[in-house]
Write a protein that binds this ligand. Structure first.
Ligand SMILES: [Zn+2]
Length: 183
């Protein structure tokens, strides 16, 4: 199923109670923050996502509402080992439990294994997808196996040029002395 527009604002309670499922494939371009991580490319890259609502009783008989999210994207980054372009796949699969208030969410988030969020009738699913993918990005982008051998000696044309024009240390000193020595 593909949405006309990206992940809509969700009424979480209704979504969970109906055990609804939404999924989509949206252009990376629409996710500004993610796109920045992909060298501002993104015209032909896609974020695939799927969200599923669930309403169930916990062990103590309380009704709880859940959102199960999975999302994936491939970002164009620079490999920090070989400095070549690297396509980095990023994937998340997480479940969120929703509670009524910010206070409850804060109190319960620490003591729960799952992530606890605040219920809303206009929950921004797109922002959640983007946040989660950003957090799932590897700290350092790297090929699993670099396509070329890593050069151990980095050739730096600037360095070569500089050393070619390198001045004699005394000439520099003479300049620093403000021309006293008559140069
Ligand atoms: Zn590499």
């Amino acid at each position: 199923m593909s949405q006309a527009f990206i992940a809509p604002l969700l009424d979480i309670k209704a979504f969970a109670k109906a055990a609804s499922t939404l999924s989509g494939r949206d252009a990376l371009e629409k996710f500004e923050r993610l796109r920045e991580e992909s060298q501002a490319l993104g015209a032909d890259q896609w974020v695939d996502w799927s969200a599923h609502g669930e309403w169930r009783e916990d062990l103590s008989g309380h009704e709880t509402m859940w959102l199960h999210l999975s999302a994936s994207v491939t970002l164009s980054q620079i490999c920090q080992r070989c400095l070549g372009p690297a396509e980095i796949p990023v994937k998340v699969e997480r479940s969120f439990r929703f509670v009524a208030t910010e206070e409850l969410a804060e109190a319960q988030d620490d003591e729960s294994e799952e992530d606890v969020l605040v219920e809303s009738r206009e929950f921004d699913l797109k922002a959640l997808i983007e946040d989660e993918l950003l957090m799932a990005m590897p700290l350092v982008a790297r090929h699993n196996v670099c396509p070329t051998e890593v050069k151990l000696v980095v050739e730096d044309p600037d360095f070569e040029a500089q050393s070619g024009q390198k001045q004699h240390p005394f000439a520099v000193l003479a300049k620093l002395q403000g021309g006293k020595s008559g140069t």
